[in-house]
Design a protein around this ligand. Structure first.
Ligand code: CXF
Ligand code: ZN
Length: 366
């Protein structure tokens, strides 16, 4: 079938909205009419070729829409179901089989495709195949994906806002709810107030963390952090976050969440921890990035530094839980979103890169 998609042809180039061809669903595949797709920093990382995503490609990995058609053997969804699309996993490796698909041993191959011996050939343009990103390629009017990428959601929920739950929002919220699991009354510091950091902050608020300290270099974002539940804010340009946190809490915070991918900020997220504190490492720096840590600071206080991918989420379990929290007013993630039309995708990306919009969501023309 012919679809409209935002194509990335060359490293760093703007998106070009074009007509391309999409295959019909085969065994285990699901065709989704995309209503809207969030944009995530990882789309830009792929566009800029910092991750091995062969170009040309159709990026986008936070799709939400309606099932149009299913291939043979698909059991969990049917035509007409409302769905959110999340990351791809194999379901057969040790990580998947032990309930950890977010660290699927084939994650890179299935989501970034670069090193795949057998890439999905679903999208083409004049005889040339375009890379399918995160097993979905949601910057398009239709997405052809695999059953394991698909999460069936409540029909009452507004599909226009649900896409970002498939990546950025589940990543931040899951780091708190699935990984750190703070008790009510625990202290937490969120380093970086983009979509991921603010999602962590909202989750911390939902489970009764206090104090909740938000750190960023933009006052506008810190203001939003306050509205979403931060009890304290620190502008890292003006103040030393570690010093301020120690002044406030004596030995430090029980939990910290690092979402910036800046090595020096990761060091702060570790240094600001109290005894037996835990830092969640979420922000992705360029490959090969390193950081110096005071080993005795980690050792003598028994600190834990923990990488977290996709919020340690089983999307089919966690996304409906986030929607339920949203419905109760406990997780107002819609406050991060601004809508753009597909033809405005380059403006949306620019607004996310300049910090004007926390979470741009692209609405598809139908
Ligand atoms: C990514 C972030 C970087 C590590 C792999 C998963 N998630 C989505 O954007
Ligand atoms: Zn993402």
């Amino acid at each position: 079938m012919e679809i409209k998609a935002a194509v990335t042809t060359a490293k760093g180039s703007p998106f070009s909205v074009e007509h391309v061809q999409l295959e019909e669903p085969k065994e285990g595949e699901v065709l989704v009419k995309v209503v809207a797709s969030g944009t995530c920093h990882t789309d830009m990382v792929a566009r800029d070729q910092e991750y091995p995503v062969p170009l040309p490609a159709v990026l986008g990995h936070e799709g939400a829409g309606v099932v149009e058609k299913v291939g043979g053997g698909v059991k969990s969804v049917a035509e007409g179901d409302h769905v959110v699309l999340s990351f791809a996993y194999c379901g057969r490796c040790k990580s998947c089989l032990t309930g950890h698909p977010y660290v699927c041993e084939n994650f890179s191959e299935l989501n970034f495709v670069g090193d795949s011996p057998n890439p999905p050939r679903r999208i083409h343009r004049d005889g040339e195949y375009l890379t399918t990103f995160f097993g979905q390629s949601s910057f398009a009017t239709y997405a052809l994906t695999s059953e394991q990428n698909v999460v069936k959601v409540d029909r009452e929920a507004d599909l226009n806002i649900l896409g970002p739950l498939g990546c950025g929002i589940q990543t931040g919220a899951g780091a708190v709810l699935n990984t750190l699991k703070p008790q009510a009354g625990s202290s937490i510091a969120c380093f970086g107030c983009g979509a991921v950091g603010l999602s962590a902050l909202m989750a911390a608020r939902a489970v009764g963390c206090t104090p909740i300290i938000a750190i960023d270099v933009h006052d506008q974002r810190l203001q939003l952090a306050k509205e979403l539940g931060a009890t304290h804010t620190i502008n890292g340009k003006d103040e030393d976050a570690v010093e301020v946190i120690r002044k406030l809490l004596g030995t430090g915070v029980k939990y910290s969440v690092e979402t910036t991918g800046v090595p020096a900020v990761l060091r702060q997220a570790v240094e600001s921890l109290t005894f037996m504190g835990m830092a969640a490492v979420i922000g992705a720096p360029p490959f090969g990035a390193t950081v110096e840590l005071d080993i005795n600071d980690v050792l003598l206080q028994e600190k834990t530094i923990r990488g977290v991918i996709e919020g340690d989420s089983i999307p089919q379990v966690f996304i409906p839980q986030l929607i339920a929290l949203y419905k109760e007013g406990l997780f107002p993630f819609d406050k991060l979103i601004r809508f753009y039309e597909l033809d405005e995708i380059n403006e949306a990306i620019k607004d996310s890169e300049t910090g004007v919009t926390i979470k741009p969501v692209i609405r598809m023309p139908h």
